[in-house]
Design a protein around this ligand. Sequence first.
Ligand code: SF4
Ligand code: SF4
Length: 296
Amino acid sequence: MKDAFKAISKDFETFGAVEREGEIVFERVEAFERVSEERSRYAPKEFLISRNENVLILEDYGKTAVFGVKSCDLKGFYLMDRQILGKDPFYTEKREKTLFANFVCNEPCEGGFCSSFGGPVLDQYDLQILRNEEKYHVAVSQRYDGYFNSFQREDGSYLRDFNDRFNEKMDILPVDGLESRMKWSSALWKDYASRCISCGACNFSCPTCYCFDLYDEGEDRKREWDSCILAGFTSSSAGNIRKDLDERLRQRFYHKFVYFKRSSDTYLCSGCNRCVEDCPVEIDIKEVISHDYSEE
Ligand code: SF4
Ligand code: SF4
């Protein structure tokens, strides 16, 4: 991996997950040994969607390689691709110039539920890395295969078998058919609304959320991360179609588990558990999946 990293860093500006003042953050790294296998405090969404940017100028972005992204966070980009790749020029430009090297977790993390969506070994990746003590098993996409020409080849069964063993260790949630089971009139939405403080943290921390707000500032037209939980999200001159908080919370879960599934044939969630960890009032998306709607 040291040699592969060196070769890649000749062509890309390299970033990695590193520990900084007790938190794992992404910053420039010059050597593979510096990259942490711990999960970053925040999803690496900012590499492709700036928190705030002027949409009147499309910059010429350089080639970037990001090492140490976790599989659940990387999967977020592949889910976003279905909706915005090729449509959002800023995302598309950065996506095409960014190489992500994801680490497969060796053990299930607390609260995570990636196994409900296939597990930590992904079908789509640039460089997918699984460490087995001192040895690395790397799945590499055709696009970046040239960096691994001189490495020993294997048939990929190690990663597949590892994923099966991993998934046996994690509880699998009943996600199948959720788009038909969820109920518009469920008591969950009002219960959540009685606790939620509309901070938006669940959206901002989510590796699959991509909504933004647009506004003018001087000569610039800015876009900024937005949250469907915030009161102004669907406000327009005609009023607000979701003026109550329970409607906005329902929208978040319906987008992830009903609308996106119907339009893209997959759920808009990777099971990372970030929204649960960052919610100050302990609203847990796993409850939305496991809830028995048939009694309501
Ligand atoms: S668990 Fe929460 S933060 Fe993670 S992908 Fe799903 S909705 Fe987003
Ligand atoms: S993180 Fe929790 S409190 Fe904040 S908006 Fe989301 S659900 Fe509401």
